[in-house]
Ligand binder design. Sequence first.
Ligand SMILES: CC(=O)N[C@H]1[C@@H](OP(=O)(O)OP(=O)(O)OC[C@H]2O[C@@H](n3ccc(=O)[nH]c3=O)[C@H](O)[C@@H]2O)O[C@H](CO)[C@@H](O)[C@@H]1O
Ligand SMILES: C=C(OP(=O)(O)O)C(=O)O
Length: 419
Amino acid sequence: MEYLEVNGGKVLKGEVEISGSKNAAFPVLSACLLIEGKCHINNIPNILDVKKFLFQLKKIGVNVLEGDHEVEIDATSSYKPEIPPEETENIRGTQTLLGAFIAKHRKASIAGLGGCNIGKRPIDQHIKGLESLGVEFNWDKGILKANSPKGLKGNKIFLDMPSVGATENIILASVFAEGDTIIENAAREPEIRDLINFLKLAGANIEVNGTGSTIIVHGVKKLRPIEYSIIPDRIESATYLILSGLTKGKIKVKKTIPEHLEAVIMKLKEIGLDISVKENEIVAKYTGKMSPTTVKTLPYPGFPTDAQSQILTLLTLADGASVVTETVFENRFRIVDDLIKMGANIKVEGISAFITGVKELKPSVVVAKDLRGGMSLLLATLSAKGISKVLDPIHIDRGYENYIEKIQRLGGDVERKNS
Ligand SMILES: CC(=O)N[C@H]1[C@@H](OP(=O)(O)OP(=O)(O)OC[C@H]2O[C@@H](n3ccc(=O)[nH]c3=O)[C@H](O)[C@@H]2O)O[C@H](CO)[C@@H](O)[C@@H]1O
Ligand SMILES: C=C(OP(=O)(O)O)C(=O)O
């Protein structure tokens, strides 16, 4: 069994280069399937989920040429618009292949949507939106089959909640639709802006209103191949900034976009970290004391649910009582039992965790159960003086590039082992 052995309690200091965004990579790579010719995508993160995604593309017949943090996608020759249910493809990122397949092939067959086990994660909003564009759906033995024999026609769609995946799928599906598609209450995450920027550069006609919650896609006939670089991963940035507080250190994140992290930066300042921001860099420094605060996760530009486990872990060491409320996913407090084992004082009631800060965390054997929770437990063990183990690091491998080396370069004592 693989595990991480951590000798915690060291002060972490130094610089980390942030990798490309996991959640921007999937929709942009999916969008390449709308294009005839070679698209060249840079700043691709070297993480397990992206490897699985690219493996899936190759398996259905797309030409994929992988380089060092870059990939060339050529979907000119025919490929099967299908995602089968095999274990290895069981990631959430494949959800945007639905919109891409429908746009290009007027049909799709999707099974095996997985990703983090943090809630029920239904796709009713994807289906509702695509149905109103003329797509017919039926479930066949757990596989979602989509068909739009007559092609897609633009329509006005009002999402019940600003779903990231549904917004991306509707944008992708409507690029070649007849007329205009208007998405109201659209998600506004930077990864959606990245998809739109890619598509516009490739020739799509898309308007975004001032705040971003209305997106209008004017159908076009064709897109052209382009070279594009995806945005840095804002959640990876948030994670390393939080690590500086947990290890009483000073960490500079480089190659990041500070505007994507405003809600996180504001909270870290409230907690008492000294934060300084330059064009593509953020430095977080521990100042000797951390204050408690309240955090509520919300769709962007609110505090990101994907950084909730990390800030909850940080607040276990704040000087007083904090509340963390999770409004996006219903099952995102699964690290609490392990944190309590490490000496944290946390009580979960409904969608809120009530935390009373303690002086220090104690080393322990903990188990990663999802991507962000797993990483947060690693952060906790780096803070706790002594030897800890983090079991099942495969969850962390899904979304953090080269994290063991990045942490070692900051002075952290962590090693991957097998027993
Ligand atoms: C691969 C990827 O990009 N994953 C991100 C994406 O996931 P994902 O696209 O799955 O997240 P959504 O924004 O769609 O989900 C937000 C909430 O809406 C609910 N919902 C969503 C769609 C739907 O049809 N019906 C419905 O009820 C979900 O169960 C969840 O409670 O955005 C999440 C919210 O920022 C992030 O945590 C994930 O890291
Ligand atoms: C929930 C996450 O990812 P996914 O949607 O890929 O499961 C995440 O990145 O925290």
